[in-house]
Each structure stands twice: as structure tokens, then as C-alpha cells.
Design a protein around this ligand. Structure first.
Ligand SMILES: [Zn+2]
Length: 431
């Protein structure tokens, strides 16, 4: 049974308005995270065309091209748009990541991406960049251009005004106030429109935004580490927290990360507050669960390091100390910490993606993971298998999960690159 939600905000100050506010405009392009073909990256810096010359051997021959592309090489320019869109990674929620390139006579004459809410959309930056060269050019946009007045004027009107001849769109916007209306508006204006180029790539780029738009809830991903012999580990692989490591990139990608306060209590020096090391990364909001078992169990002060990026959910009504109050940490007291309250908080903050990061004492996560399975909230998992074969522990912390009578279908299991461990990701399908 869920306890009465009835929580109260004891201290509430500086969690910023839309959570991920600032942007480093000069931040270098972050590494790609979504699994992609091995030729994908290089296709941007040195244009390549791939031919399957030898179907029998399934070998791929890669031929370098000069910088000049045919206007109809839609996939290439769409991938370029996605690459641009990724420059906004971690900054755009609740908006989507969008990139745009303007192409004329086989040359890119303008490019842009959406940097963060309140800023112009990708198309506007790309059209500005192209200037007069936009006339009779083709625009490639990873997501359908908007056709409504939000915080900025509609991009469809900007494209029409710039006399764009053709618009190639990666995917239709799942936002009901946009869906296909942008396409219709462009076609009504006499512009040729192509939809669905590199559609899967574009969908994968914005999986959190799409999920949030369709379900009204953030995308919830469960992350945990295992030994080779299948035991839960409270550790991460070598190098994964460094720049380029999968864990550092997850923290860059996700809007929020749920952690247990026990992570900091047990080994303060070994477990600093999880922070993405990607250059220019916007750090996620740290949602810290503090469970008081009755004995003295203060909230660790290490959390002070991230006061502007932390919120503490506690079941202890006397957990607040003057230190936290002074630091302006937001603390929410409730009878029982549960996902409904946490996800509702994330929604109100405009957060589209949440990482449930199992580190520290698993017993503190057990209820959330069970609830996430039971209520079908967990959409995705990331599992790191470390090069460890450990001895048996007295009580298997995973036993309560292994004993769940509910099975779940796993889909799209994929490996991710990691230096010395194996990382797999997949999706849970509760249908
Ligand atoms: Zn727009």
C-alpha cells in the first residue's frame, strides 16, 4: 500500500526554475551516446559514401567523397542535423533537441541547433547563418518545424519567408499542438516537404522528449552494476566516470539522477557527488533519497557541494539541520518515498529524463525499483558488467527482485562501448 503522499516542503530555495539553466555556448561537441554505425562519426568530418559491393561476403566498401554533396543526399544532411542537435544535449528540456542545415547546390550554407528553452529554434539560427542564400535552398530539420506561437514565432513562417524551396524532416513532432501542422503549413505555402529521413536516428535522439510528450511522464532509466557471476555491485568500472566514459555521458544526457544518501555516507571520499565530466556538460539535478530507519541518520553534508542542483526526499520529518537550511537545499518530507512523488516533482520542473542510479545500499532502492516495475514506470535499463567474480554474500540484495512474479519483455538490447567493462542497454516492454 502506498502511504499517504501528504508531503511538506520544509526548506525550499534555490533549485532553479527550469533546472538546467545555464549554457556554455562555446562547449565542444559532446561525444555521441546512442549506439550508431561505426562509420557514422567519420561521415561528418570526412564525407563518405558506403556501398555494399560484395553482398556475398557482406563486406562494406567505404569510398571517400569530396566535400560536394548532391542535394538529394538526404541521409547525409539529416545526420549532420542530428549531430548539430546534440550540441544542446542536457540543456533543452522540456524542449526537444533539434538541428538544422541549409543546403544549396550541394553545399551547406547555414546551420543551427536549439540551445535551450527561450532561445530561438534550430531553423532560425540556420536561416540567419545562411542569409540570402536560403532562397531556393533545401532545409534539413531533425524534427518537424513548429507552426505555433510559443516563446518564439513559428519556424514554418521563418522558412516560408526565407523562400526555402524544399524542407526535409526527420520525424513528425509528437507534440499534439505541432503534429503534422508544420508539414501542412509548409505544403500549403508551395514548399516541397519530405518526411521520415533517418527517422529512427531522429527518434532515438529525442526518446526522452517523445516519451514525455506521449505519456506525460519523464523517461525513467534504471542503472546498476553486476559482477560476471550475477551479483549486484556497488561500484563502477575503471574510466567510466571520466570524460567519454558511459557513466559521465549518462549524467550529461539525463535531466535528473536519483541517488541514495547512503552512497555518500558510506564512503565520502570514494563517492563524490556524481558529476558528468563531459566538456561543458549541464549537470543533472541530483534527487537524493534519505531514508531514516529510526536511528540517528543525518543527511550527509557532502550534498552541500551541489546545493543548486540537489533536492532531498526524506521520510524523516526532523532531518533538516540548520546547515541545510542555510545552504538552501530543497528538502521534501513525506511518509514514504515513492516514484509517484519523485516523477511528479520532475514533471513540474520540466525534466524529461530521470536516471535511477543504483549505487550505495540497494535496500534503499528496493521499494522504488519494485514500484517502477509494478507501475510500469521503468522504461529502460543500463547494466554495467564489471570484470569481477565475487564470493557469495549472506543475503542476495537482488533476491526481492528476482522473486517478483512479474516478468517483463526486454527489447532492443544493445551493447555500448566501455573501456574495461561491458555495458548493455535495453528497453522494458510491459505490454
Ligand atoms: Zn520552431
Amino acid at each position: 500500500m502506498q502511504a499517504a503522499v501528504g508531503f511538506s516542503v520544509s526548506v525550499s530555495v534555490s533549485v532553479c526554475c527550469n533546472s538546467k539553466c545555464s549554457i556554455n555556448a562555446s562547449s565542444p561537441h559532446p561525444p555521441l551516446f546512442i549506439p550508431i554505425p561505426s562509420n557514422f562519426n567519420s561521415a561528418f568530418s570526412k564525407p563518405l559514401i558506403i556501398h555494399t559491393h560484395s553482398p556475398k561476403s557482406n563486406s562494406y566498401v567505404v569510398r571517400a567523397q569530396n566535400n560536394h554533396h548532391q542535394d538529394n543526399d538526404d541521409g547525409f544532411y539529416m545526420r549532420k542535423s542530428v549531430e548539430l542537435a546534440r550540441k544542446g544535449l542536457g540543456y533543452t528540456s522540456p524542449n526537444p533537441l533539434v538541428g538544422c542545415v541549409i543546403v544549396k547546390h550541394g553545399n551547406i550554407v547555414g546551420q543551427g541547433f536549439h540551445p535551450k528553452p527561450g532561445q530561438p529554434h534550430a531553423e532560425v539560427f540556420a536561416l540567419r547563418d545562411a542569409g540570402d542564400l536560403s532562397e531556393n535552398a533545401t532545409a534539413y530539420v531533425s524534427l518537424e518545424p513548429c507552426n505555433h506561437f510559443g516563446r518564439t514565432p513559428p519556424c514554418t513562417e521563418a522558412l516560408i519567408k526565407a523562400k526555402i524551396k524544399k524542407v526535409v524532416i526527420g520525424m513528425v513532432d509528437p507534440n499534439p499542438i505541432v503534429a503534422s501542422k508544420g508539414v501542412d503549413r509548409l505544403r500549403d505555402a508551395g514548399i516541397e516537404v519530405v518526411v521520415g529521413v533517418e527517422e529512427e536516428l531522429c527518434k532515438s535522439l529525442n526518446e526522452a522528449y517523445i516519451h514525455h510528450m506521449l505519456t506525460g511522464k519523464p523517461l525513467l532509466t534504471l542503472r546498476y552494476s553486476l559482477s560476471v557471476n550475477g551479483n549486484l555491485l556497488d561500484s563502477l568500472g575503471n574510466g567510466v566516470t571520466d570524460s567519454g566514459g558511459y557513466y559521465s555521458r549518462l549524467l550529461q544526457e539525463y535531466d535528473a539522477v536519483i541517488l541514495s544518501s547512503s552512497l555518500f555516507r558510506e564512503n565520502l571520499s570514494a563517492n563524490p557527488v556524481p558529476t558528468s565530466k563531459e566538456p561543458g556538460a549541464n549537470q543533472p539535478i541530483r534527487i537524493i533519497m534519505h531514508k531514516d530507519s529510526g536511528s540517528s541518520n543525518p543527511i550527509p553534508l557532502v550534498i552541500n557541494e551541489v546545493t543548486d542542483k540537489a533536492i532531498i526526499f526524506t521520510n524523516c520529518r526532523t532531518a533538516t539541520t540548520p546547515e541545510e537550511a542555510q545552504q538552501g537545499i530543497e528538502i521534501v518530507s513525506m511518509d514514504q518515498i515513492n516514484l509517484d512523488v519523485i516523477l511528479d516533482y520532475c514533471n513540474r520542473q520540466g525534466l524529461c529524463s530521470v536516471l535511477l542510479d543504483v549505487r550505495g545500499n540497494f535496500s534503499e532502492y528496493e521499494d522504488l525499483v519494485k514500484e517502477g516495475i509494478k507501475k510500469k514506470y521503468i522504461n529502460k535499463f543500463v547494466t554495467e558488467v564489471l570484470p569481477v567474480w565475487n564470493g557469495c554474500t549472506k543475503n542476495d540484495p537482488l533476491l526481492p527482485l528476482k522473486n517478483l512474479d512479474q516478468g517483463v519483455k526486454v527489447e532492443n538490447l544493445r551493447p555500448m562501448a566501455s573501456a574495461q567493462s561491458v555495458v548493455i542497454e535495453g528497453y522494458l516492454n510491459f505490454e
